[in-house]
Design a binder for this molecule. Structure first.
Ligand code: ADP
Ligand code: ZN
Ligand code: MG
Length: 659
């Protein structure tokens, strides 16, 4: 299956988990403990004895202990500072802060009660770091070794997760208790996250690499937020809504935050998808709260991420269930319409799919400014890599130029992900720094999925895969408008038995008809090779995704790109994909039966011709094909140079044309 880096499925990035302790490998000596009544009776007895002792002891002293677990670390620390406690005992990661015992007379008996505030030390802190060692403080602090250490050592990894979680809860609770707006991502009534310029880490334009044009589009907004008066004096029209559009992971969210950071204004962030699941009416009231909060703290920015989740074209008549979406959307529009010259609130929104947005959103006074963000160019990619490489150790052999050039089609987020993957890889190999080879391996992982070493192919399957992949590579090599072969592999990965990876030499804005035609033939190279080298009934399902992709391209050529002169340059596809058949703003073009038949015939013709081209190339180069496949079978992977060696003496290989 040939891989186009822009379209390939991305390997899901796996987060590192608190993994369980490694299992014993098979064959290791495992002590077998026989469970007899005695094995558990003795500990049971001991436990009973122990707990009754404690009970007796407590009774003897006559002290009732009242634990308070809801207090949180911060409260304990401030209690320590103000001398509230008699003693603080740290045992393992449990902190018990004991207040002075209080004596009361109950039923003619003296009862002593003691309040003990108890909490758990968050796992990322050590006891030394939280400042319980002030020499002037009279409170006695005793740190005891955890006696259960050995018992629990096996469950610690999972405990750690729990402790972290509790620590996080405590952290959040203490933040919220402290007046709401304090910390990063404090929540407010509208449930928007707010980033405050005074307390939160600031994101600025410097954190957004590349994207110079987009930034310059937004400088004016920053300027307005800083000096609204200047604009008003000039009578300039004040921007209201800005729509950041295009592919996921290109830094839309980042850019919006950077605008707030540059202008040093509060940033209220909420995602459109958060409204979709809500009860009817809740979304609208949240929007009202949100705008009220933003006005109160103006100048400020409201950011609505994934606005397409609520701002889709309203399709007339199709089922209910969109009420919430519509009410939320209407509320946003009403709020924006209500802005006057004194309102210094800018609404920014982001979407991956500007084409599906309701036109009402884009009217003047609403989201009437668009900033289009593109996939990063070579230069942008270099800069983005630099931003993300900042805190990671790289070996001297890393060639950023090369990495930037083979990551064509990667978004900013994917580049960040790539560097993360490489850091994880280095960590797995216990290497001190990240090398060029690790980076390249990570690129392949992001583009093509992980190698599945465990998946065994039979000898026959391997042969077939080699023949199939060389089919793609050979046809691609012999045609002038295809990208150069970067790598061929018969190591199975991510669902595919093998891959042939073609890599464009430079960024391309347009694709020519000639290139698509050659690409179709290349896609069929795999199946055609199977057919030529094996008995016809032994062709496999290995070509199914090639066929799927070829069909898709051919249909686009005829229905969208206007590449067929008889069908003409008419778009017959877009609206069909949207599932909106009922007219209105953008109903589907009615396609006549006749046109349908013409489209089908033309698509079939394109595919048949491509099949023919592939058949011609492979059958004319059978022995060469066999030689390359044989070598691939031995090496399992073949790089560009190793592949090209086979063609050095052939003078019929065409010069590549990059259109
Ligand atoms: P979007 O909102 O467009 O889907 P994000 O703003 O959420 O994308 O970007 C995701 C991540 O990708 C960012 O947090 C950042 O780490 C990285 N990223 C994307 N674009 C850039 C860029 N131009 N410079 C630096 N990092 C970027
Ligand atoms: Zn294939
Ligand atoms: Mg985003």
């Amino acid at each position: 299956m040939p891989i186009d880096p822009k379209k390939a499925k991305k390997a899901p990035s796996k987060k590192l988990k608190n993994s369980k302790l490694p299992k014993l490998p098979n064959g290791a000596n495992i002590k077998v403990i026989q469970i007899t009544p005695r094995t558990f009776l003795i500990p049971l007895f001991l436990i009973l004895l122990f707990s009754s002792l404690i009970w007796v002891w407590n009774g003897y002293v006559g002290e009732k202990v009242h634990y308070n677990d809801n207090i949180g670390l911060n409260a304990i620390l401030s209690g320590y500072a103000s001398g509230t406690y008699e003693e603080i005992v740290v045992q393992g990661d449990t902190i018990e802060a004991k207040k002075k015992a209080i004596q009361n007379v109950v039923n003619n008996e003296i009862v002593s009660t003691r309040d003990v505030d108890r909490t758990i030390l968050p796992a990322n802190l050590s006891i030394g770091e939280i400042g319980l060692s002030d020499p002037k403080n009279p409170t006695k602090v005793s740190i005891k070794k955890e006696w259960w250490g050995s018992v629990l050592s096996e469950t610690i990894p999972s405990l750690l997760g729990t402790i972290l979680f509790i620590g996080f809860l405590i952290f959040m609770m203490s933040r919220m208790g402290g007046g709401g707006m304090g910390g990063p991502m404090a929540f407010i009534k509208s449930r928007a996250r707010i980033y405050d310029p005074e307390t939160d880490e600031k994101v600025t334009f410097a954190d957004v690499a590349g994207s110079d044009e987009e930034k310059s589009d937004l400088v004016e907004i920053v300027d307005f937020l800083k000096n609204p008066a200047k604009y008003k004096d000039l009578g300039a029209k004040i921007p209201r809504g800005i729509l950041l559009q295009w592919p996921p992971g290109t830094g839309k969210t980042l850019l919006a935050r950077a605008v707030a950071g540059e202008a040093e204004v509060p940033f209220f962030s909420i995602s459109g998808s958060e409204f979709v699941e809500m009860f009817v009416g809740v979304g609208a009231s949240r929007v009202r709260d949100l705008f009220a909060e933003a006005r109160e703290r103006s100048p400020s920015i409201i950011f609505i991420d994934e606005i397409d989740a609520i701002g889709k074209k309203r399709s007339p008549g199709i089922g209910g269930g969109h009420d919430e979406r519509e009410q939320t959307l209407n509320q946003i529009l009403t709020e924006m319409d209500g802005f006057d010259n004194e309102t210094n609130v800018i609404v920014m929104a982001a979407t991956n799919r500007a084409d599906v947005l309701d036109k009402a959103l884009l009217r003047p006074g609403r989201f009437d400014r668009k900033v289009t963000i593109n996939l990063p160019t070579l230069q942008d990619r270099k800069e983005i890599l630099q931003v993300h490489a900042k805190w990671k150790p790289f070996a001297d052999d890393v060639n950023w130029e090369k990495i930037a050039s083979i990551t064509i089609g990667f978004s900013g987020a994917e580049l960040g992900n790539l560097l993360n993957e490489s850091a994880i890889l280095a960590w797995k190999k216990s290497a001190k720094s990240i090398t060029q080879a690790m980076l390249q391996q990570s690129i392949e992982k992001v583009v093509m999925g992980n190698e599945k070493k465990s998946l065994r192919m039979s000898e026959h399957e391997k042969k077939l895969t080699a023949i199939h992949e060389v089919g793609h590579a050979l046809v691609g090599k012999m045609l002038p408008h295809t990208d150069p072969v970067h790598k061929i592999s018969i190591l199975p990965r991510g669902g595919a038995g093998g891959v042939t990876w073609f890599l464009p030499e430079k960024d391309r804005t347009y694709t020519s008809k000639a290139k698509y035609l050659d690409e179709l033939a290349t896609l069929y190279g795999g199946r055609v090779a199977e057919e030529i080298f094996f008995w016809n009934n032994y062709i496999t399902t290995g070509a199914s995704s090639d066929i799927e992709r070829a069909t898709q391209i051919a249909r686009s050529m005829v229905m969208r790109f206007g590449f067929d002169s008889e069908v003409g340059a008419e778009n017959l596809a877009t609206e069909a994909a949207d599932g909106n058949f009922l007219g209105g703003d953008g109903g589907q073009k009615m396609i006549s039966e006749e046109t349908h038949r013409l489209i089908d015939a033309k698509v079939r013709l394109l595919l048949k011709d491509a099949y023919g081209v592939a058949t011609k190339i492979i059958s004319e180069n059978k022995s060469l094909h066999e030689k390359i496949a044989h070598e691939l079978l031995i090496k399992e992977e073949m790089l560009e140079d190793e592949f090209n060696v086979f063609f050095e003496w052939i003078d019929v290989v065409p010069q590549k044309v990059t259109m």
